[in-house]
Ligand binder design. Structure first.
Ligand code: ADP
Ligand code: MG
Length: 283
């Protein structure tokens, strides 16, 4: 089958039409070869739990490199919908949270790695973190409550496509099994504006106030989870943030601020403040 027109350019890939009903996700040349196989495996695993994810049709070779053929999902991304309908962002952010809860409640598929192991591997690759800090981060991560839920690992409004049959979640490369708070912290870090108010590559073309609005509507849906895990929230934020450094998001300074706040009281966590709106208690 021939590769058709370019459908989208992602952060790590280019996506082309493939036949009538499929697309092919072609990882960029600098992406390790095993990624395509891993993402195909994790997407299939998520589908076995009934989570709305595109069908994996095949993994093929293109120019000697693996690429994934997915069922083509018709419709804009949740992010495109938000930008086009700013008056609806509250309601759309609540939908993002609902999809996220559905993933966390879906069950535990086989063939998906453990969150903490994956996290420690990424922390080991964090170029702006010293060796002592890496060791400390992994020690903190291993001591956190384990949890047992399917986590997407990169859930933000750009990774949800709005098909005529409802939302479909794409980009499962970072899926793991672990504690849902890790996934909510990760999404919170992905959705909130940068300290320097720079455009976010994964959520482009929005003012900081717009992102703040999406962020608060999203995290408020997790008030109970955040309250339940409040005592360890600063540690979760610290380890989730430093495990993102290896992804070269160009916001290392912002991520390292979470690391520096690893022993801070819960009342200083913006996520906790926004989600539960609790008054600082001086703890
Ligand atoms: N199954 C699909 N059907 C239709 N479009 C898709 C599909 N998968 C990905 N895309 C398009 O390609 C873009 C990038 O895909 P994604 O999996 O998020 O890659 P990246 O890892 O590069 O972010 C998406 O935002 C979407 O526009
Ligand atoms: Mg993506």
């Amino acid at each position: 089958m021939d590769v058709g027109e370019l459908v989208a350019v992602g952060r790590t890939s280019e996506v082309y039409a493939y036949g009538n009903d499929s697309v092919v996700k072609v990882p960029r040349p600098d992406v390790p070869e095993h990624w395509a196989h891993d993402e195909a495996q994790f997407t299939r695993a998520a589908r076995t739990c009934g989570v709305p994810a595109p069908e994996v049709v095949d993994v093929i070779e293109l120019d000697g490199r693996p690429a994934i053929v997915f069922e083509r999902i018709d419709g804009p991304s949740m992010w495109e919908r938000m930008l086009a309908h700013p008056a609806d962002i509250d309601q759309l952010a609540v939908q993002v949270a609902a999809v996220h809860r559905e993933i966390h409640a879906a069950g535990i598929p086989s063939g998906v790695p453990d969150l903490i192991e994956r996290m420690c591997m990424k922390i080991g690759e964090a170029r702006t973190l010293g060796d002592d800090a890496k060791d400390e981060a992994c020690t903190i991560a291993r001591a956190l409550p384990r949890g047992a839920a399917l986590l997407h690992g990169d859930l933000h409004p750009g990774n949800i496509l709005l098909s005529p049959n409802g939302p479909v979640v794409i980009d499962w490369f970072d899926a793991t099994i672990g504690h849902p708070i890790a996934d909510v912290v990760r999404s919170s870090i992905l959705i909130r504006p940068n300290a320097d108010a720079a455009d976010l590559p994964h959520l482009p073309d929005a003012e900081p106030g717009f992102l703040e609005h999406v962020h608060s509507s999203y995290v408020r849906q997790f008030d109970e989870l955040v309250a339940d895990t409040a005592d360890s929230l600063s540690q979760w934020e610290a380890v989730v943030a430093v495990s993102r450094i290896s992804e070269r998001s160009d916001d290392d300074a912002g991520l390292l601020e979470f690391w520096d706040a690893r022993n801070a009281p819960r009342s200083s966590s913006e996520l906790a403040l926004v989600a539960t709106q609790f008054a600082p208690s001086g703890d």
